[in-house]
Design a protein around this ligand. Structure first.
Ligand SMILES: [Zn+2]
Length: 165
């Protein structure tokens, strides 16, 4: 337990030992594992203090400029590639949860409507309209994604169309 407390205070032990609670500091004297960890961290810190970034080679700037120019020339394809990757990524990583959320909203909406029909509760329609708005914005997002996918596909058949984007 106290070992975990020591780990949480490791940074303070290095930078401002006086601010660390006394029980943590006394534990360091008794616990080999904790004092070892602190020693290793101190060694790393002093190494980083001594380390100096090497000077770049004389040709570094010109090579970097040339690389940047290459990347800029390759930008249209790269951009579309990134968009495609984002679309695919979105399908896997964020769109499915969104779809699952939309389904859950539909179920809530359906349940609310059903309950509203059964009890004629006046609160139900107001909740339903907010839900419908959420579903509408989800649908708009889906349309934007589809439009981007269409643009991407058009570019595959014609390079000029891509450059006009
Ligand atoms: Zn310990």
């Amino acid at each position: 337990m106290i070992c975990r407390k020591v780990k949480a205070n490791l940074a303070d032990l290095l930078l401002d030992p006086e601010a660390v609670p006394a029980d943590v500091r006394s534990h360091l004297k008794e616990c080999a594992a904790c004092s070892q960890e602190l020693a290793e961290l101190q060694a790393t810190m002093s190494l980083m203090d001594e380390w100096q970034a090497p000077e770049p080679t004389p040709y570094f700037d010109s090579r970097l400029t040339a690389r940047l120019r290459e990347e800029q020339r390759a930008e249209p394809a790269g951009f579309l590639e990134r968009m495609r990757a984002r679309l695919l990524f979105g399908t896997n990583m964020s769109f499915r949860p969104l779809a699952a959320g939309a389904l859950a909203l539909l179920l809530i909406l359906g349940g609310g409507t059903y309950a509203g029909l059964m009890t004629s509760h006046s609160g139900a329609p107001i909740q339903a309209s907010a839900t419908v708005q959420d579903l509408q914005s989800l649908d708009d997002n889906a349309q934007v994604f589809q439009q981007m996918a269409t643009l991407d596909q058009n570019d595959d058949s014609s390079d000029d169309a891509g450059n006009n984007l």
